[in-house]
Design a protein around this ligand. Sequence first.
Ligand SMILES: Nc1ncnc2c1ncn2[C@@H]1O[C@H](COP(=O)(O)OP(=O)(O)OP(=O)(O)O)[C@@H](O)[C@H]1O
Length: 299
Amino acid sequence: MTDQNHDEIPEVIPDYVEPAAPPSLDSEAAEKAAAERDIAVGVGQTLVEIDNLSVTFGGLTALDSVSFDIKRGEILGLIGPNGAGKTTCFNAMTGVYKPSGGDVRLEGVSLLRKKQHTITRMGLARTFQNIRLWGEMTALENVAVGLDTRHRTSLFGAMLGIPRHRREEKSTIERGMALLEFVGIAEAAMTKASALPYGHQRRLEIARALATDPKLLCLDEPAAGFNPAEKEDLMELIRTIRDDGYTVLLIEHDMKLVMGVTDRIVVLEFGKLLAEGPPKEIRENPAVISAYLGEEAQV
Ligand SMILES: Nc1ncnc2c1ncn2[C@@H]1O[C@H](COP(=O)(O)OP(=O)(O)OP(=O)(O)O)[C@@H](O)[C@H]1O
């Protein structure tokens, strides 16, 4: 949904910041958090195809025949001025909005007409611009909800306490704790989500999305409301997530963050694809600069 927080609008395109070396991973936490995943298989292959995707709201075309690919193992930035169609694109990909045309394919399989929870199970997870956590549940319980989407025990099996259910319960706690550790908030595992500091809530959202073991993690403005130091930490976390074998699609208004963390960038303007390329190229693209200058002039 459109965010009217103009504090987040970049001052045109700031100086390019060369990405720092990735931090070392806590390999034990990473292994528990993603025990069943084939890490870094097929890096660089097409994971998601956005194919002539269109979304209309009444007379308004919010997304107009947009096409781009997301490659396995990359951090792809999705940027554009306010109202360009970024969140609409996320919503069409994740089954929140029904596209009026085109297709979205994950590993060649169309996501159209699939329910949101089916799309999650197929491997597409997201966070929201406005944090959506279960406020009365602890941080660990919030992550457990994500992990539950992967369990195979039937309700009947759970009621009978069959060994597989007990194993799954134990692994939920272990993997949940590993995920909280992975995003850096393990000490807050037993704290109610609503009582967590804002930055921890953002990290918890990411942990909950990772709990579904996604092939693609979509982050919608994860740095909104962060101070510069928190943004630096977030960039490090996003790189760590990518280096652990996940593919990331990132909507973000903060240009320093986008330029510093992404491998490639797709730019939307007025619902259309404006440009696509590596950060250095995008930063120097006259059409992109003028799109942002236009936005600045409107502020
Ligand atoms: N549910 C909706 N009903 C009607 N119009 C909508 C809806 N969602 C989005 N729009 C409109 O579609 C256009 C694209 O909005 P969208 O939120 O996707 O842009 P955005 O690029 O994510 O912007 P922002 O950076 O401000 O979040 C805007 O004109 C917006 O007002």
